[in-house]
Design a protein around this ligand. Structure first.
Ligand code: CMX
Length: 439
């Protein structure tokens, strides 16, 4: 076994024993009572999952294994010429639980570079789609196509013991993450650059190589990729992409199939597709107002119009967060340092100044503050990656780090098939009638 895999085994054995002891001693403890409204309304706020890689605080935002985004930007190893964290380091932190050394991230970069070869038939699957197919459709299909390489599926078929599941899930995780940038870049170059593909550069880090294969050699863009692929990686377990991956994985579907399920969820406009929607919304506003720099009054009117039309203001609101998303702040800081002159970025900042008050005044939106998707598109546009349909694929490449590290933990800890109880409204009405008759 490689040393990272040995380390994961060591950590997960210890943690597995700890969890067993907790369940034995405290398993009968109640976490919380569930309200009927929560059952009907998206299970909001119901604690029903364990996800070890990250934890979301409503006011403070995400912490990965206890570290906030500003702390990660300071403490995670960087590329030789860069200031932003290497996503390899965040993967190590989420998988092992400890901050990595520079050697650790170099090791992961090297393993991923070694495993990055994508079989030709996967490209044939992508090529079979009409060029007009949404990049997320092509991406998800390519991930399913890669599944024929699953070591877990093969080992399960050969009849391995439960105790070995984690080992094959780990192998699939490392290979799938290694291949995603190549698959994503292929889709990009096929759809937007006349199929003029760029071969990987095995000497670059995972994010730097992704930028290279997309066709962006600018060091600023590579830095943005390192930040982008770090901050989008994980957002605890209940969000649609993480939960879908975990849920499907609990049926012992292999990591490829589980991750593909997560990606079909990420492709929804209320989740990952919001980054594309934000840019479109800004561009439509600019077109309608016939300016590339709308002022705050104009933006405020446009937000009110969007709400009146019964649409959402993309990039704002969150199911858990109740303050500005620190992932938005990280991107704002990056933009202030690298490209404060961009008109679209300035518009993003102006929206930030006026939208929260208007959204709050509706009296129904629980979180009027921006989320990660409010900023990302404007930064990508600045560097010339202008095809917004592609943005969710980039989100997906990053999300693999968190949800697949979690899947390794799921299997190492022996989590069972997930099967919450559902009820019918008939059941609800009968129970209410019974309770009222007693009262
Ligand atoms: N614009 C307009 N209305 C909004 C809104 C927004 N940005 N955010 C919430 N609302 C509305 C909801 O649609 C809901 O309306 P109804 O009662 O008429 O159904 C009401 O306010 C209450 O919703 P909520 O409890 O505040 O929010 P939810 O937890 O139900 O939904 C989210 C959260 C993110 C889906 C929602 O805020 C939204 O649709 N935002 C815009 C899309 C977006 O940016 N998504 C990306 C989220 C981050 C990510 O996953 O990538």
């Amino acid at each position: 076994m490689g040393y990272l895999k040995d380390l994961f085994k060591e950590k997960s054995d210890v943690h597995g024993k700890e969890i067993k002891a907790i369940i034995e001693k405290y398993g009968n403890r109640k976490v919380e009572d569930v309200l009927l409204a929560q059952v009907y309304q998206g299970m909001r706020g119901i604690t029903g999952l364990v996800t070890e890689t990250s934890l979301l605080d409503a006011n403070e935002g995400i912490r990965f294994r206890g570290y906030s985004i500003p702390e990660l930007r300071e403490k995670l190893p960087k590329a030789e010429t860069g200031n932003e964290p290497l996503p390899e380091g965040l993967f190590h932190l989420m998988l092992i639980g400890d901050l990595p050394t520079q050697n650790d991230v170099e090791h992961i970069s090297a393993v991923w570079a070694r495993r990055s070869h994508v079989p030709n038939y996967v490209f044939s699957v992508i090529e079979a789609f009409p060029i007009s197919a949404h990049p997320m459709t092509q991406f998800t299909a390519a991930i399913v196509a890669l599944q024929t390489e699953s070591k877990f599926a093969k080992a399960y078929n050969d009849g391995i013991s439960k105790k070995e599941y984690w080992s094959y899930v780990y192998e699939d995780t490392m290979t799938l993450i290694a291949r995603l940038p190549r698959v994503a870049a292929y889709i990009y170059r096929r759809k937007y650059r006349n199929g003029d593909h760029i071969q990987p550069d095995g000497m670059l880090d995972w994010a730097g190589n992704f930028a290279h294969m997309l066709g962006f050699e600018d060091e600023g863009f590579k830095e943005l990729m390192r930040l982008y692929l770090t901050i989008h990686a994980d957002h605890e377990g209940g969000n649609v992409s993480a939960h879908a991956t975990h849920l499907v994985g609990s049926a012992l579907s292999d990591p490829y199939l589980s991750f593909a399920a997560g990606m079909t969820g990420l492709a929804g406009p209320l989740h990952g597709l919001a980054n594309q929607e934000v840019v479109r919304w800004i561009e439509e506003m600019c077109k309608e107002l016939d300016t590339d720099a709308p002022n705050k009054e104009q933006i405020a009117e446009y937000i009110k119009k969007t709400l009146l039309e019964g649409k959402v203001v993309p990039g704002y609101g969150h199911a858990v967060l109740r303050k500005t998303d620190p992932r938005f702040v990280a991107q704002m800081e990056f933009a202030k340092r690298h490209c404060p002159e961009s008109k679209m970025i300035q518009t993003v900042w102006n929206i930030y100044e006026v939208a929260p008050t208007i959204l709050e005044n509706t009296g129904k939106i629980k979180n009027p503050w921006p989320n990660v998707d409010a900023h990302s598109g404007a930064l990508l546009k600045h560097y010339g990656l202008v095809e917004e349909d592609f943005y969710t694929v980039m989100f997906g490449v990053s999300r693999a780090l968190g949800v697949l590290a979690s899947l390794c933990w799921d299997r190492a800890l022996g989590f069972p098939i997930e099967r919450p109880k559902s009820i019918t409204t008939e059941w609800v009405k009968k129970n209410i009638a019974k309770e009222e008759a007693v009262a």
